[in-house]
Design a protein around this ligand. Structure first.
Ligand code: ADP
Ligand code: ZN
Ligand code: ZN
Length: 827
């Protein structure tokens, strides 16, 4: 007999606590315990949690008496080493708790955090192989009471370590750890019907049919059998089984099928099916590259010999996706996995169809609108590194957390999109940036793509950290759309505005509709924010210290800078033209839809925004309606600006460019440039040059001019100067500490004290505390402290100090109840 070793495990609990926790492993579990498996552990008062084993060792913890691991939930590790490394990186970089990182990473069915419950196995009727007395006691209790907590189980059998008992009950198929907590993935079963094996030839089938037809009572069974032959394409294909519900849908009754089964003519059985839809499509050949694509493709390859990250800057519709397809093919030919990141699920609908044409079922989609079991199924397939399925994962930001084994390529399409950033809850990560770290861990190449790259990525490319490849022409020589401004100031003076619509836009809409072309109208959803603006010239007051416009705060009736806290009372006249006509502006998509119905009563309208796309298939429905020309005018928020590829859009209207430009944020110009260029890119595409109308009070604004000229380089050159001058990214890194408390007095005193202690170290790199735009949320008063650090400062050192200061602050009795959210690299 080998010596009994006492093992301990460090586990990550699904809680916002900074460290791992140590538990003792009962001897019975020594063989089974492993890094990456889930375990059930007690924590706090009589609470059980599902935790992940991060380390197994023999070191006895010094400071506290350890409790025992109660149960192991997995037969094999569900989290890989590389994932742990990634989680550690994220926790450190984003100043997040490891438990929060785990919560973001795991599908929630993996990590339930209430009390574990035991219940009877749904198919339990009697135990095979006998039961011990204790097992018998538990089963008896379960028959009276549906569920037992582990604590109750322990009380019934009067022993402490109940794990072996529970495991044995599970193995004997008497009990399960109940659905909500059980963490075990429940496979999905369906009932199939197929013609019995003894019937092999057409002759044998006709004999059977003849026999049945002897009696008129068997009429329905004959019909059922014939339907089965038809649907199973019996003898015409290898597939024999048909879903019972398909037959029922065709009017066949279950009782006729059962009668056939009794006569052993058909077989009825349950089998596991995938929750994920299967797609049998004919695989298409890849398209031959144009010359421009070929050159870009070769440049990418050349770049990848030196660099791990390449930025592909290709104008809208230049054929970037076709290049991705080629790179994906190469990675899967090498037996590697591919991750294709998209900023929003809205985009996956179109792209998934395109990729499936080339790769069939090798493509899997992963996003938050999937139900938990679907997500777990994908998780497991990726983990198993199945060579025939899900080699390519198309997903939104959370797919960076999948348990990849061997990533060969990561594509981040529309890399400039700010929706790669998670706002809430912690960790507030940017999936594009994590993709680069993930690439490093897997030694995988990363291809960033955009028609309008982010300032950060373009800067990195210019600094030679990334490779840079450009595609300047649209595929097939289609011209970039013609962009014109509707001058709102002029139209207001001439009284030609109809509510929010300029006559110029309305005329163009009419022309497009007459030509049977479709229209996309874009209105930014952030446009509800009230801005103080001049009705005559469109002027908005700007901050003295920062290059951002001031926002009107209703509660305090001041115009305020979001970044430095500078504020003024609302001016009584315009700072530019002197007019006294100042007003607040803001209007949304819904209002536009209402009004359009008046001007174009014939047109079919569809709105695409957060409200209309909540349901699982809503996006794809709207998109396919638009593709099928069942919609004439699509009105939307940012959702319509992105990568969608329609072939009949004659006109794009941007309803309020000024709202984009005047957003109080250092990224406002960048975001405005992205949004306008992207939405403009939806116009025209296939055959004809498209048209874009931009409604603005400031047609000469430099951003609008750059958009009209399709001049990204010019935009970048000017914007990067502003960033340098005003100490913003990529030259400086920003960390925002968001403090909140129910009592404003506590918050004010606390925030000032924390700011002061940070200032002692970081001097004028600390801004604030300032009251944020929204000053109170869910009864909490809010205050922000913003930290700006030089790019070359040691991020680790800075963050260690910040963390230390925060810990010290929260240790203070007076401030303990203040909550602090940390946002690193806010978008
Ligand atoms: P991007 O991703 O840069 O916006 P796409 O890859 O969507 O551009 O290409 C724009 C259009 O041109 C698409 O409809 C696509 O099918 C078509 N296209 C691109 N490359 C080719 C090619 N080599 N052969 C035929 N059609 C192509
Ligand atoms: Zn004015
Ligand atoms: Zn300011």
């Amino acid at each position: 007999m080998s010596e009994r070793i006492t093992y301990f495990v460090d586990v990550i609990l699904p809680l916002s606590i900074p460290n791992t926790y140590t538990y003792r492993v009962p001897f019975e579990l020594n063989e089974e315990i492993d890094i990456g498996k889930r375990v059930i552990v007690p924590f706090g008062r009589a609470k059980y949690y599902t935790a992940i084993v991060k380390d197994v060792h023999e070191e006895v913890p010094k400071n506290y008496t350890v409790k025992y691991v109660e149960a192991i939930l997995d037969d094999y590790p569900i989290v890989t080493d590389k994932q742990f490394q990634l989680w550690d990186w994220i926790a450190e970089y984003y100043l997040a708790d490891l438990g929060d990182v785990m919560n973001a990473a795991l599908p929630s069915n993996f990590k339930l955090a209430s009390e574990t419950k035991l219940s009877l196995h749904p198919e339990f009727d009697r135990a095979e192989g006998g039961l011990s007395d204790k097992e018998f006691l538990i089963l008896e209790a379960l028959q009276v009471q549906d569920e037992l907590t582990l604590k109750e189980v322990a009380e019934i059998v009067q022993i402490k370590t109940i794990q072996p008992l529970i495991k044995s009950l599970i193995d004997k198929k008497c009990a399960i750890v109940s659905e909500e907590l059980n963490a075990k993935y429940a496979p999905k079963y369906s009932t199939f019907v197929e013609i019995d094996e003894r019937i092999q030839s057409s002759e044998e089938l006709s004999i059977v049919l003849n026999e049945l037809e002897q009696s008129s009572r068997n009429e329905k069974q004959v019909a059922a059998l014939l339907k089965l032959v038809e649907l199973s394409r019996w003898q015409k294909s290898d597939q024999r089984a048909v879903l019972r519900r398909e037959l029922v849908k065709e009017g066949i009754s279950e009782s006729s099928l059962n009668s056939l089964a009794k006569k052993e003519i058909v077989d009825i059985y349950a089998a596991e099916v995938s929750r994920l839809e299967a797609h049998d499509q004919d695989i298409q050949e890849q398209k031959a590259f144009s010359d421009a694509q070929q050159i870009a493709y070769e440049e990418i390859n050349a770049s990848f010999t030196e660099k791990d990250v390449v930025l592909l800057h290709g104008v809208t519709s230049s054929g970037k996706t076709e290049i991705y397809v080629q790179k994906i093919q190469e990675a899967i030919d090498k037996g590697q996995q591919v991750l294709f990141l998209l900023p929003e699920i809205a985009l996956t609908t179109q792209l998934i169809n395109r990729l499936r044409k080339y790769f069939g079922d090798l493509v899997g989609v992963y996003h938050s609108k999937f139900n938990q079991n679907e997500r777990i199924e994908i998780w497991n397939k990726v983990l198993q590194n199945d060579p025939n399925q899900f080699r390519i994962i198309l997903g939104a930001r959370s797919s960076v957390f999948l348990p990849f084994r061997d990533l060969g390529l990561i594509i981040v399409d529309e890399e400039h999109e700010n929706s790669f950033k998670q706002y809430d809850p912690s960790p507030r990560y940017n999936a594009r940036d994590i993709a680069i770290i993930l690439g490093r861990l897997h030694r995988s190449k990363v291809l960033l793509g955009s028609a309008t790259p982010s300032i950060e990525s373009y800067f990195n490319a210019k600094e030679n950290r990334y490779g840079l490849v450009t595609l300047t022409e649209r595929f097939g020589g289609v011209k970039m759309p013609e962009i014109q401004c509707a001058d709102l100031e002029k139209e207001t003076k001439q009284k030609t505005m109809k509510s929010h619509f300029s006559s110029f836009l309305l005329e163009n809409m009419e022309t497009a509709l007459e030509a049977k072309e479709q229209i996309i109208l874009f209105q930014n959803r952030r446009g509800y924010t009230p801005l103080w603006t001049c009705e005559m010239c469109g002027w908005t007051p700007h901050c003295k210290n920062c290059d951002v416009s001031l926002t009107y705060h209703k509660s305090t009736s001041v115009l305020k800078c979001h970044y430095c806290g500078y504020y003024i009372s609302p001016p009584s006249s315009c700072g530019a033209c002197g007019s006294r006509k100042l007003k607040m502006i803001g209007f949304g998509t819904e209002k536009i839809e209402d009004e359009l119905a008046i001007y174009f009563p014939e047109a079919k309208l569809q709105r695409m925004d957060l409200d209309t796309t909540r349901a699982k298939h809503a996006y794809s429905q709207i998109i396919s309606d638009f593709e099928n020309k069942e919609v004439d005018i699509l009105i939307g928020t940012q959702m319509v600006t992105k990568g969608l590829d329609f072939d009949n859009v004659g006109l794009v209207g941007i309803l309020s460019a000024d709202q984009l430009l005047n957003f109080p944020d250092f990224r406002a110009f960048e975001r405005a440039y992205h949004l306008m260029s992207q939405v403009a890119g939806r116009a025209g595409r296939k055959q004809k040059r498209g048209k874009v109308v931009v409604q603005t009070y400031e047609p000469n604004h430099w951003i609008i001019q750059k958009v009209m000229q399709h001049d990204y380089e010019g935009f970048y050159t000017q914007e990067i100067l502003e960033r340098r001058n005003f100490h913003y990214p990529p030259f400086f890194r920003i960390v925002v500490l968001k403090l909140r408390h129910k009592k404003i007095e506590t918050l004010e005193v606390g925030a000032a004290s924390l700011a002061k202690s940070l200032q002692a170290v970081f001097k004028d790199r600390v801004l604030g505390p300032e009251v944020p735009l929204v000053s109170r949320v869910r009864n909490y008063y809010l205050k922000n402290i913003t930290l700006k650090f030089e790019r070359d400062a040691s991020a680790k050192k800075v963050k260690d100090i910040v963390k230390e200061k925060i810990d010290l602050f929260l240790a203070d009795h007076d401030y303990r109840s203040i909550r602090i959210d940390i946002d690193v690299d806010p978008q």
